[in-house]
Design a protein around this ligand. Structure first.
Ligand SMILES: CC(C)(COP(=O)(O)OP(=O)(O)OC[C@H]1O[C@@H](n2cnc3c(N)ncnc32)[C@H](O)[C@@H]1OP(=O)(O)O)[C@@H](O)C(=O)NCCC(=O)NCCS
Length: 171
């Protein structure tokens, strides 16, 4: 397996993985795909944090995508989409994508990575509830599912509400 940056030629394959790993894979355009397409056109897309996993045959078997959100004036990457093809799950692909994302975000000197997801999965990568860091999500109901992974450049004075970029919330 190879983890690398997504390139334009990957678009169709990545869309297919997004559809297959969405919560409603039977729908041609699940909300995750609409969100992804919309983010791709915007200024909050982060090319260095748009990664794909290539299988041994060169096919795209997974992807991870971060976009810029904000805590006050500070830009913070949000792990927006993570998906692995169903026929390649439980083989470490998702784990490799999250580790690669964290390493790439660290190399960009970002303070942290934010995620809204299952703590049973993300906790193993060092994500902790955001409130431990004085940071809250837009929805109080997210509680412990809204998490932060501090990186090398972490600054504890950066606190407050994390706001998602457009079009989150409007899709
Ligand atoms: C979540 C996902 C990316 C994991 O990919 P993967 O390649 O199967 O992950 P890995 O093989 O690296 O790791 C699998 C481990 O994660 C665990 N795991 C997978 N999904 C999990 C979840 N939702 N909650 C808790 N643990 C989970 C597995 O039990 C396994 O643990 P184990 O190694 O102790 O047995 C993949 O299942 C997927 O695409 N799911 C649909 C989309 C999704 O839910 N994305 C995340 C949004 S928060």
């Amino acid at each position: 397996m190879l983890i690398r940056r997504e390139i334009p030629a990957d678009l169709a394959a990545v869309r297919a993985v997004t559809i297959a790993s969405s919560y409603k894979p039977h729908e041609e355009e699940p909300v995750e795909v609409i969100l992804r397409d919309s983010l791709h056109k915007g200024e909050n897309w982060i090319p260095a944090l748009s990664l794909v996993a290539e299988g041994e045959d060169g096919a795209i078997i997974g992807h991870a995508l971060c976009t810029w959100g904000r805590i006050g004036a500070v830009r913070v990457p949000n792990l927006s989409l993570l998906g692995v093809r169903c026929d390649h799950r439980r083989r470490g692909v998702g784990t490799a994508l999250v580790h690669a994302t964290l390493a790439a975000a660290d190399a960009l000197d970002t303070l942290m990575v934010v995620v809204l997801g299952d703590p049973d999965f993300y906790g193993r990568f060092g994500f902790q509830p955001s409130t431990d860091f004085g940071i809250v999500g837009e929805e109080p109901a997210w509680e412990h599912m809204f998490q932060i992974r501090p990186l090398h450049a972490y600054d504890p004075s950066v606190q407050g509400e994390f706001t998602y970029p457009e079009p989150f919330g409007s899709i």
